[in-house]
Design a protein around this ligand. Sequence first.
Ligand code: FES
Length: 101
Amino acid sequence: MEKPKHHIFVCSSSRLTGEIKGFCAQKEGLEILENFVEEVQDRSLDADIMVTNTGCLGLCSMGPIVMIYPEQTWYGKVSPDDVEDIMDALEEGSQVERLII
Ligand code: FES
């Protein structure tokens, strides 16, 4: 498997035990995760972009949190409706300024 060009991490609030518990999951973190997976598939970017859920990142009050690497872009208070804008920006090599933390 080739390494992806971009890796999108979506906080799903999971704890070390695997338990899903916390702010980002309560604030539609899982729906955001699903939307990213669908957008990547719809845009045929599976070979270039990997989507992964993460445990709590310690930024709950700013959640739901999305991180993109290697760009080192961190987004906060992301909603499911923001996913399309984030993907558009990623493809354009830019960022969604209103969501940056
Ligand atoms: S639950 Fe997402 S940052 Fe804490």
